[in-house]
Design a protein around this ligand. Structure first.
Ligand code: DX5
Ligand code: ZN
Length: 217
């Protein structure tokens, strides 16, 4: 089956100390870093862009950077993010009129491809592209902010994908923590993004270990 990976979202960390906060997550057992890019258009919040990713890459040379691109024009930042050191470019299906050519563009830039859908987007919409991407992201909150409540009613999307694609990397993002990981695991997700549950814990290592144990059970 698919390997379980835990990718902390640093959105709710102290962003003025992003390098040390990120390193702390890796030291505590994170498998990759989930970096939330927001443009104030696709979502009602602003975070950061390629210049920051490039700086972070200098401090964190080896970790896998999954860029969660919550932006209105995902085509626009592919080259910059690749040059900044992104490993995977996860765009939103809702944000592009031509997913096929965007997927091609991301691959040509040398990155892995993730495709995400918001809570109101049916899973059927993403099915035509699953064979062409490395990962599908099922949002379990409305994108824009950390610390929101997990939406259990997104689990049928995960189940549907897992049934059709036993080996697909399926990522969940939003409100995932120790009280919600069981249903996430049962539905079949294997790439677990968790923000506040890890960042706000006094023992992040134990949270990461417990999340992983629940998925591997
Ligand atoms: C929400 C972001 C998530 C978020 C996760 O728009 O995409 O990555 O930071 O944080 P929690 O786990 O606190 O919901
Ligand atoms: Zn995210």
């Amino acid at each position: 089956l698919c390997h379980c990976k835990i990718g902390p979202s640093i959105l709710n960390a102290d962003l003025s100390c992003l390098a040390s906060e990120s390193q702390k997550m890796l030291d505590n057992g994170a498998d990759y870093l989930h970096l939330d890019v927001m443009d104030g258009h696709f979502v009602p919040n602003l975070t950061f862009g390629a210049p920051l990713v490039q700086c972070l890459r200098k401090h964190i040379p080896h970790a896998f950077f999954d860029l969660h691109m919550m932006v209105a024009q995902p085509e626009k930042w592919v080259k910059d993010m690749a040059e900044a050191g992104a490993d995977q470019y996860t765009f939103h299906l809702e944000a592009t009129s031509d997913p096929e050519s965007l997927i091609k563009q991301i691959r040509e830039a040398g990155m892995k491809v993730g495709i995400g859908i918001k809570p109101n987007t049916p899973v059927e919409d993403v099915l035509p592209f699953v064979d062409k991407v490395d990962m599908v992201l099922i949002m379990t909150v409305e994108p824009g902010f950390g610390g929101q409540k997990f939406m259990s009613n997104m689990m049928p999307k995960v189940k549907c994908l897992r049934e059709k694609y036993p080996r697909l990397d399926i990522e969940v993002d939003g409100g995932v923590g120790l009280s919600t990981i069981e249903e996430v695991a049962k539905a079949g997700a294997n790439m677990i993004v968790s923000g506040s549950a890890i960042v706000k814990s006094s023992d992040p290592k134990s949270v990461i270990d417990q999340l992983r144990a629940a998925v591997n059970k």
